[in-house]
Design a protein around this ligand. Sequence first.
Ligand code: ASP
Ligand code: MG
Length: 437
Amino acid sequence: MKFGGTSVGKPERMRQVSELITKDADPKIVVLSALSGTTNSLVEIGNSIAAGEREQAKKQIEKLEAHYQEFIKELVKEEKYYTKAKAILTEHFEFLTIILRISFSEALSKDILAQGELLSTKLFSTYLEEKKIDHVLLPALEFMSIDAYDEPQVSSIKTKLNQLLKKHKGQTLFITQGYICRNAKGEVDNLKRGGSDYTASLVAAAINAAVCEIWTDIDGMHNNDPRMVKKTVAIEQLSFEEAAELAYFGAKILHPASIWPAQHYKVPVKLLNTMEPDARGTLITEEAGSVGVKAVAAKDGILAINIKSSRMLLAYGFLRKIFEVFEKYRTSIDMITTSEVAVSVTIENTPQLKEIIKELEPFGTIEVEYDHTIVAIVGNEIAETKEVLSKLFASLTPVPVRMVSYGGSKHNVSVLVPSSFKTQTLQLLNKGLFGLE
Ligand code: ASP
Ligand code: MG
């Protein structure tokens, strides 16, 4: 069971989490994020230190500490546990203060970021102790690891985690940190923002869990972005493929990388709502459940690069050369369309854009269009369902669609639109495909 930042962000919420994890006696591993807002604050603290603004960093650390001081006052009641919680704060905030005095490095910034999950799990564990709820705190840094390419080392995670669990025979409740891990150099690192979901699915895969539950503050994945359209509905069931497309293309509820471990090790994933534990949520399994369109999702900050060249005509090997440029800069391409003399690809805006363009220039005329949004329409077999396609394009008549990607997968049709048309596009599709306002 993984609980996100808002699910542990208030003492009251931690209380709810303790109830949810003790509802039944099934053995479980509980993965916690940092309290909501904490990782953002730690990012800011790291930025201030990196910029040499130590006074500013000091203020930010003090502000964060004050927040935690208030938090523990409400979290634990007995003197003994309050003293313990206070000692936890002292330990971690002293660490941050010491960091202020040493020179900044990339490794140091990762150490700063790790404080959030360390704090949340230790405080939660103290709360459970006060409640006399028997449990074991498993340090993620002892089993979670990534290789030199930032990829999780699944077999090592499996071995180490299972060894740790064996040491605690008879125990049924384990708490651990999401997000944090060790890298190839043995340093503290992380699985990137939102990475606690990834931790949860890696842990679930490593122990062959019956289910991987992701508890957040919304009742599952929705058919559209609730911030952009008036009415959305939760999706009951999705296949791993559909969920991966949606997570990647903008449904913020789930870290996109967290799908593959669950899919590969055949662990069903459930998206559930801490605030509404009885809501059905979304089930993600191998089966899609039903045919047809399930959801639309949007990914912003996209730019389209068009490479036009008469040399492409009847040539071979042209695309390879272009792709190699993106590979060199480790930039992933989202959409691609080609004609005989031109190819358009989309990427997320990157600081290395200038270099990429420079290396593409020998291949033809390069044009870049900024501020675009990919809108992905996802569902089972939709690319083969004529009705969906006609409804889709009929709905989009007022929108200047820049690119269409169709046929790459049976479960996805993507369109690229100027970001200024994003809201309108999502609203039109909500009406046209789902009959919702
Ligand atoms: N605390 C981390 C973040 O905010 C990881 C997570 O919440 O999943 O990105
Ligand atoms: Mg999260």
